[in-house]
Ligand binder design. Structure first.
Ligand SMILES: Nc1nc2c(c(=O)[nH]1)N[C@H]1C(S)=C(S)[C@@H](COP(=O)(O)OP(=O)(O)OC[C@H]3O[C@@H](n4cnc5c(=O)[nH]c(N)nc54)[C@H](O)[C@@H]3O)O[C@H]1N2
Ligand SMILES: Nc1nc2c(c(=O)[nH]1)N[C@H]1C(S)=C(S)[C@@H](COP(=O)(O)OP(=O)(O)OC[C@H]3O[C@@H](n4cnc5c(=O)[nH]c(N)nc54)[C@H](O)[C@@H]3O)O[C@H]1N2
Ligand code: SF4
Ligand SMILES: [Mo]
Length: 897
């Protein structure tokens, strides 16, 4: 990747900006003439990954560069300088606060900010503006896990560490597709040979590798774990000593669990009694068991209870605080945990302190402020409601894309459109949320930023800058401190370096902390800037007793509750609040794909990461497809009471009949009508405020399309193309685009056949040179080609998208020379193939052909084709292709896409 401006050539260790595994990355910037080349590799010394990277981490270098970056502030659509931008912002915030009070403004933050950014944002709003209105996208992600840990342990404290996944004899993955979402941890479990049980309504790449897969009824996990608790009680498989000495409320939990017999539980979960018993027996018999859970549990209207139902089983068996054991909530974002530490959630003040009078007083003294917020602020769903109702009049959104990721996303976008002041800080110029902004502030991003993040096992690592900040971008913490200064709080925000912020954060964690707050990194409160720069990854607590950090918590049986005992929480299992009906008879589940990150602003820049899946696909069972008269690859529309979404049908036995799955990644900037969150009711968990994303009732219908077209154009034509799409809305059924090197590929589905020549004339009208136009009528459709000395535009149109050729191969001609006779390009092109191994570019077809030839193991396929031999992220998928060839049981992962 070429970068225009860099520091001198060197290697530096940093942390991956994607998932909560928090892998160490070694980045090397080498000079090559006037250009610099960045390469990344796993940091062999980092204890999260010991040198390995998954496919997203391996492709990080491809995501760098200035293309699409926001490089200058923009006020009302026009570029301006920083002084103008910040003066405007401070003026508007000051005016709003003076007129309507501090609760009329809000910050909406992100688990992708660094701890230092997060700390100052929280300090400004809760400490000086005096409102609790700071919330974060972690509300959509971890808040139920936080609420449950607090109920059980009296603190938001993850007991386990990664090594426990290797020491365990059994890992129960609940609502987690770790093979795709926490790949390096999954690889560690696989390498250790840990037995795996997967609890997930659908078959996934993760369940394909499991010893046992319980494909439960969506939303029935609390019943499952209540049944497990009852089983453990009935079978006498308890650690009575632990219960008596270290816990309370066991009797109440027992009383509640009593209703959940094997039969009743199996019925609620929709699985055979024998299968359920197998799981219960395995759990009961395996002392070293880790429960590893994620969004299938958290994103629920009763997610907190589900978390506690799992924790109850660990308390009942004393499986906590010991090697190879524990209830392990796994964080999603790179710094979800850091946000929890500083008080990024509206219901926390800072450093694990809540809003008691004592804590407000403590913080007032520490921050030297007499305007510390006295009460919690609004949680994400309520916050955007308050934007809609006009109660919030100014909002600053940083490092998150709520117009895509919030439930009822259309309504959130509409609320932002009419809000008097929306400020968005992002590194990327065009996002769905940026489109709603009055003021856009250009932030630095990974590779340019400097600070710390905390991963899922409480490990604090450094993100280090190895590139200079491009254009006029600034660090998030600097922008926040600039606003603070303009609002008159300068003396409290006069940091010159993130190390100074970190020291204050560390000091606060120890401030009057007499062992009653879990988060304590006071041993780092005095580190020098050199020591900060050299900081080795360490797990908190890091204090006088544990200066090198702490692998596990609660090994001594002491918890942070008032009594010091862990709490059993009696749980009444409930079903999803969103209900299916005649009008919306299907369950829509949503989640992540292997190679993309969230709204794709970063991962979508690496072309090879789009090979695995380049468009929004809706997975459904072939039986449903037959009922609705849908063919594989056909365009579909999903509707809910809230909104609609389009995507292409992907028929797969991985989905049960009546249950669909859609990816969360596509936004309006990349595709028309493809945001799954637009379908979600903003229904939330009463304890945490986390939305119910995983069970959305929808209807389904196939869309009729008269013509398909593929268009390949240079970057310069992309603006006009977007305008054309807007103008042609009435004629378009759907479109999506693939950013590729040198330009874009658009894929269109139309109500009428496309006049490619007319579209071409429109797009090329402004081109400097006069391209040579060729119309090439072929049997399978129409083709138009425009070229000068390079490829300018290529259009294919046809009535069946499957007959369109492999346009991936053609993209290369946007950057490579054309053949002597450019029309040759359009002959004999193979149809498109799905790439399974992104690193080594091996397609599904190649793998299937090799299996047909008798190659029967992942290793052997790797030797022959190279697939799976680099980062290994595709191995579960290769396994499921192998299964599909030999085994037709859907729950083993047949046709897992
Ligand atoms: N590739 C990739 N990795 C990522 C991310 C990404 O964008 N891309 N994002 C990161 C973030 S922020 C997060 S939060 C994590 C999320 O990581 P995961 O939680 O592993 O990911 P999801 O795909 O959201 O959902 C996990 C599984 O929950 C299942 N599920 C749905 N309903 C239920 C249910 O009722 N019960 C049970 N038991 N399971 C259910 C889904 O079928 C799905 O397979 O991933 C992180 N890692
Ligand atoms: N239906 C459904 N909806 C979901 C989920 C689901 O499973 N199903 N999952 C939910 C979960 S768990 C999550 S975590 C959210 C994620 O959803 P979002 O947080 O909305 O998604 P991202 O694309 O990660 O948004 C991050 C933004 O920050 C920008 N950015 C990157 N680095 C920086 C930086 O250093 N500074 C600044 N200022 N900006 C930066 C990126 O360009 C991008 O625009 O989605 C939630 N929504
Ligand atoms: S598992 Fe992959 S995405 Fe997650 S931190 Fe490691 S390299 Fe990054
Ligand atoms: Mo997340």
């Amino acid at each position: 990747m070429t970068i225009s401006e860099t520091f001198r050539a060197h290697r530096s260790c940093t942390t991956c900006p994607y998932c909560g595994v928090g892998c160490g990355v070694s980045a090397t910037v080498a000079n090559r003439g006037a250009e610099d080349l960045v390469t990344v590799a796993g940091d062999t010394t980092h204890p999260a990954n010991f040198g390995r990277l998954c496919v997203k981490g391996s492709a990080l270098a491809d995501t760098l560069g200035e293309r699409g970056r926001l490089l200058r502030p923009r006020l009302h659509g026009r570029e301006c300088d920083w002084d103008t931008a910040m003066d405007f912002m401070a003026g508007e915030f000051r005016r709003t606060i003076d007129e309507y009070g501090p609760h009329s403004v809000a910050f909406y933050l992100s688990g992708q900010l660094l701890t230092e950014d997060y700390y100052v944002a929280n300090k400004l709003m809760k400490g000086f503006i005096g409102s609790g209105n700071v919330d974060t996208n972690s509300r959509l992600c971890m808040s139920s896990a936080v609420a449950a840990y607090k109920r059980a342990f009296g603190a938001d404290a993850v007991p386990c560490c990664y090594e426990d996944l290797e020491l365990a004899d059994l890992v129960v993955l609940v609502g987690s597709n770790a093979a795709w979402t926490h790949p390096i941890l999954f690889q560690r479990m696989q390498a250790a040979g840990t037995k795996l049980v997967v609890i997930d309504p659908r078959a996934s790449a993760t369940s394909a590798m499991a010893d046992l897969h319980l494909a439960i009824t969506p939303g029935s996990d609390a019943a499952l774990f209540s049944g497990l608790l009852n089983y453990l009680i009935e079978q006498g498989e308890l650690d009575q000593g632990f219960i008596d000495q270290y816990t309370q409320n066991f009797t109440a939990a027992t009383r509640q669990a009593r209703d959940w017999s094997l039969q009743q539980t199996a019925a609620a979960c929709g699985i055979p009694v024998a299968q359920l018993r197998e799981f219960f027996q395995l759990f009961a018999a395996t002392e070293k068991t880790v429960s590893f859970y994620s969004q299938g549990i958290n994103q629920s209207s009763s997610g907190t209870d589900k978390n506690n139902a799992i924790i109850n089983c660990h308390l009942a068996t004393g499986r906590i605080g010991k090697p190879g054991c524990g209830p392990f909530s796994i964080t999603g974002q790179p710094n979800a945990m850091g946000g929890r530490e500083v008080g990024g959630l509206a219901n926390m003040l800072a450093a694990h302190m809540d809003f008691t009078t004592e804590n407000v007083d403590r913080l007032s003294r520490f921050w030297r402020s007499n305007s510390v917020a006295l009460k919690p602020g609004l949680k994400a769903v309520d916050l955007f409601r308050a934007v809609e109702s006009g109660q919030i009049k100014a909002i600053w959104i940083m490092a998150t894309n709520p117009a895509v990721s919030m439930p009822d996303a259309d309504r959130v976008a509409a609320a932002l459109q009419k809000c008097p002041l929306v400020v968005v800080s992002d590194c990327v110029a065009d996002t769905d949320t940026a489109r709603c902004a009055d003021l856009l502030l250009p932030a630095t991003t990974w590779g340019e930023k400097n600070g710390t993040v905390t991963n899922s096992e409480r490990r604090i690592s450094r993100q280090r800058a190895f590139l200079a900040s491009p254009g006029e971008t600034r660090h998030d913490w600097e922008i926040i401190c600039d606003l603070a200064t303009r609002l008159g709080y300068g003396e409290h925000f006069s940091y010159a370096h993130p190390a100074e912020i970190f020291r204050e954060h560390a000091a606060l964690s120890g401030f009057e902390n007499r062992g009653n707050r879990a988060f304590d990194i006071s041993a780092l409160a005095d580190i020098s800037r050199r020591e900060y720069d050299a900081l080795r990854p360490r797990q908190w607590p890091i204090n006088r007793e544990n200066p090198d950090g702490s692998q596990r918590l609660f090994g001594d049986g002491r918890f942070y509750t008032q009594s010091g005992r862990a709490h059993f929480v009696p749980v009444q299992p409930s079903t999803p609040l969103q209900r299916r009906s005649d009008q919306f008879p299907l369950w829509l589940n949503s989640g992540r794909l292997r190679d993309q990150w969230h709204t794709m602003t970063r991962s979508g820049r690496a072309r090879k990461l789009l090979d695995h899946s380049e468009m929004p696909e809706i997975q459904l069972n072939p039986a449903d497809a037959a009922d609705y008269g849908i063919e594989d690859g056909q365009l579909l529309e999903l509707r809910s009471a809230r909104g609609q979404m389009c995507g292409r049908a992907a028929l797969t036995g991985a989905q049960k009949p009546g249950e669909l799955f859609a990816p969360i990644h596509w936004s309006e900037t990349l595709a028309q009508n493809s945001r799954v969150s637009a379908l979600a009711e903003p229904v939330i968990d009463p304890h945490s405020g986390q939305p119910e994303f995983k069970q959305l009732p929808v209807s389904l219908r196939p869309l009729s399309v008269a013509g398909y077209a593929t268009l390949l154009c240079r970057e310069a034509a992309a603006g006009l193309m977007q305008q054309w799409l807007l103008e042609q809305q009435a004629h378009l059924v759907h479109w999506y685009r693939v950013p590729c090197e040198g330009g874009y590929r658009y894929e269109l589905a139309l109500r009428h056949a496309l006049d490619g020549r007319a579209l071409g004339d429109y797009l090329l009208a402004e081109s400097q040179t006069r391209p040579h136009w060729q119309d090439l009528q072929l049997l399978t459709g129409q083709r138009w080609l425009a070229h000068t000395h390079q490829l300018e535009l290529l259009v294919f149109a046809g009535s069946d998208w499957r007959t369109l050729p492999d346009r991936r191969a053609l993209e290369e001609h946007l950057v490579q020379p054309l053949p002597a006779q450019p029309a040759q390009l359009l002959h004999n092109i193979a149809p498109g193939a799905q790439i399974v191994c992104s690193c080594m570019q091996v397609s599904r077809q190649q793998i299937e052909e090799a299996i047909d030839r008798g190659i029967d193991s992942v290793e052997h396929l790797g030797e022959i084709l190279g697939c799976g031999t680099n980062c290994g992220s595709c191995k579960p998928e290769i396994t499921s292709i192998l299964y599909a060839a030999t085994d037709s049981d859907w729950s083993r992962g047949e046709n897992v896409a």
